[in-house]
Write a protein that binds this ligand. Structure first.
Ligand code: G2I
Length: 686
């Protein structure tokens, strides 16, 4: 955010085109500071829900969902609270989606898809080609050309309907035989089309939706020594060798009381080594012994390409094996012992956590960001809520957001003619954002006066939430409980005074928009000067929040409007990529974002999407299905994959909470009616 400067008009906004000089300045000596590894940060982060805990290691935790149960409040409450991935249990099977030839019914699965979308849950598609739950008209086909065209049409039509909405598809389910043969089972597909039907299905699926992950899914393939496991392994190895498109293998994991075979982790890592992701897709365990759940979850946690776990139902009473009580919640929706065991196991071993924090996780599977972006924007979601003690609030600005314990926690600046302060709200999903209570933080020890442009994160080594903001200096408060608006400490400063290098370069600008990100060894503090400079200071994870003494220019531009303010730096999940966003003022006087990448927060930045014609986010790459309520895409924050100091964002389906403005609004900069809206990426490659 900018402080008290004039909003540039068409007349004084200069077009971009100045020379951009991105400086990879060698850091000044770190003195005696020895790099202190993060004290097993993720191990310290204990979320209370399965999805939030899994997200800490970049994984998802999902469940099978029955459309008919969404109206059951107890069921829906657990679903919304605990899970961030959803598999329709039966609604995407052939006997529902194409009961008679060429007549498709997506209504039941659409109900699940829309529930998932409105609760920030992703979807697994189960399943396109399976010998079971197959309508009679398909199983009675005897002509190969007919069956091939029926199968291809089914895959294409169903995938087209869900294009962009499904994270991974079980393209083929349970095609291998039980027992010792290691070959395909008999089915209409196998019998009429021969061995090649699986390859055919995957090729058709890739063409239908190139962005979806394509999985082979099966049961009894968890034991590495089993002939069935080896048969599937040979198929995947052959597909990878011949370039047949396959991205993942699903292990259903329907276990007896003993849980997984002792070599399950070997199975997962052996498949992963072929270059596919692996997932546990239908987990349930007879009588749900805690140890059996722990062993299953640990096997996944110990394999970096094991990207998520789905349990096959919510309560025991929802299970296809309800007589065996195999799930994590009892029939009354109470958490069972296995729930706690699962939650604990999702915290990961310290070895896993350390490897992840060091950024070594599965770099080979890195989903690098694309070089151009397109977005769809919500309408205005959050508007100011003046109250009697805060009557003149005109704008809500500069949002910072984390998703933690099943809720979005949003911090923002409030702007009025009398200046800036901070506000906090939380809600479970975006449809609730507008009705959430606004808690004014001037009531906490943060106090009244100039406080603006907050950034929130959990500093795992200290088990404390930090709120970083500007006060004329770079300031912060801490709080053990993010949801307690009164829990914030009084402001403290990161610097004793404005660093010399900033004083020498700031000109007529303002020192704004402080931003902290840490890797496993160091923390970096970025700030802007509204004068074409992005600054960076560094300290060690052990010294944080102290030790930010060595400040350098991280990036600069001779056109101050091209590198203006609101810088964000993030770690891209599952990659070694860091993303830098900086807000610019365009040739049309409107705000927009440019982007760069680097392999370290302290590294040198390479342009990604950084021009007005190829912006990161600008009115020209955003659609507004609910109406073009703003032409400014201004100061905001990405929806992160986690909530700790590593500021990790997903590599896919990015979302950005931003401030926008009625294009017709006029008046003093501090009284403009800024509102918050949400961008969702529409060109995600994965
Ligand atoms: O069988 C367990 C799972 C094995 N792997 C593939 C999964 O797709 C499969 O799921 C189960 C569902 O959990 C059951 O809910 O698949 C069964 C069918 O093979 C599903 O059962 C069916 C019943 O057979 C139908 O009679 C019933 O109408 O569920 C339907 C909806 O309740």
């Amino acid at each position: 955010m900018s402080w008290l400067h004039q909003f540039p008009t068409r007349r004084n906004a200069r077009p971009l085109g100045g020379t951009v000089l991105l400086v990879a300045t060698a850091l000044l000596a770190t003195g005696t500071a020895t790099a202190v590894p993060a004290a097993e940060p993720a191990a310290d982060v204990r979320a209370t829900t399965l999805g939030a805990q899994a997200a800490q290691s970049g994984r998802y935790f999902g469940t099978a969902v029955a459309a008919g149960k969404l109206g059951d409040t107890a069921y829906a409450n657990i679903l919304n609270r605990e899970f961030n991935m959803v598999t329709p249990e039966n609604e995407l099977k052939w006997d529902t989606t194409e009961r008679s030839r060429g007549s498709f019914d997506f209504a039941p699965a659409d109900r699940i898809a829309s529930h998932a979308a409105s609760h920030g849950q992703r979807l697994r598609g189960h399943t396109l080609v399976w010998h079971s739950q197959l309508p009679g008209w398909v199983s009675s086909i005897t002509d190969a050309n007919t069956l091939r065209s029926v199968m291809n049409n089914h895959i294409t039509t169903v995938m087209n309907h869900y294009k962009g909405k499904i994270h991974s598809w079980d393209v083929v389910n349970e095609a291998f035989a039980d027992g010792g043969s290691g070959t395909h089972r008999a089915s209409v597909f196998q019998n009429v089309l021969g061995d090649g039907f699986i390859e055919q299905a995957f090729r058709t699926a890739r063409t239908a939706d190139p962005a979806a992950k394509l999985c082979y899914n099966d049961y009894n393939i968890e034991n590495w020594s089993a002939a069935k496991t080896q048969g599937v392994y040979r198929m995947v190895r052959d597909f990878k060798a011949r370039g047949v498109p396959i991205d993942c293998v699903g292990f259903q994991a329907h276990f007896g009381t003993g849980g997984p075979p002792s070599n399950f982790q070997t199975t997962l890592s052996s498949f992963a080594a072929l270059g596919v992701d692996v997932q546990i897709t239908e987990l349930d365990i007879a009588q749900a012994p805690s140890a059996a759940y722990t062993n299953t979850v640990r096997a996944c946690m110990n394999v970096s390409r094991c990207t998520g776990i789905t349990v096959w139902g919510i309560r025991d009473s929802d299970s296809w094996r309800s007589g065996e009580n195999p799930l994590l919640f009892d029939g009354n929706g109470n958490k069972k012992a296995a729930f706690q065991a699962t939650l604990t196991a999702l915290g990961g071993s310290s070895a896993t956590v350390a490897a992840r924090t060091a950024g070594t996780r599965s770099a080979a599977s890195a989903a690098a960001l694309p070089g151009s972006f397109s977005w769809s924007s919500s309408g205005s979601l959050i508007a100011p809520k003046p109250d009697s003690a805060h009557p003149g609030i005109a704008g809500i600005k500069d949002p910072s957001v984390v998703h933690y314990n099943g809720r979005y926690h949003v911090f923002a600046s409030t702007a009025s003619a009398s200046g800036y302060n901070l506000v906090y709200l939380n809600f479970t999903d975006w449809s609730q954002a507008g009705s959430a209570t606004h808690h004014y933080l001037d009531r906490s020890a943060i106090g009244t006066g100039y406080r603006a442009a907050p950034q929130v994160f959990y500093y795992a080594p200290q088990r404390l939430w930090y709120l970083v903001y500007q006060t004329g200096n770079a300031s912060f408060s801490t709080n053990p409980d993010i949801s307690d608006p009164n829990g914030w400490s009084a402001p403290r400063h990161f610097y004793s005074a404005m660093p010399d290098i900033i004083r020498q370069n700031i000109g007529n600008g303002y020192w704004v928009d402080m931003w902290v990100i840490c890797d496993s060894s160091n923390c970096y503090l970025f700030s802007s000067d509204d004068n074409g400079h992005l600054y960076r200071s560094q300290t060690t994870v052990g010294q944080f929040p102290g030790g930010f003494t060595n400040t350098v220019i991280a990036a600069q531009d001779s056109n101050r409007y091209a590198l203006f303010e609101a810088a964000n730096v993030y770690k891209v999940q599952d990659s070694n990529q860091y993303l830098l966003l900086v807000e610019a003022i365009g040739s049309d006087g409107k705000r927009w974002f440019r982007s760069w990448t680097a392999n370290s927060p302290g590294g040198s930045w390479t342009a990604l999407a950084a021009s007005e014609s190829n912006p990161f986010a600008r009115a020209n790459n955003v659609t507004f299905p609910a109406g073009a309520w703003t032409r400014d895409i201004s100061h905001g924050e990405m929806i992160r994959a986690g909530y700790d100091q590593t500021l990790t964002i997903p590599g896919c389906r990015l979302q950005y909470l931003y401030q926008g403005l009625d294009p017709g609004a006029t008046g003093d900069y501090n009284t403009l009616p800024w509102r918050l809206g949400l961008l969702t990426q529409t060109n995600s490659p994965c």
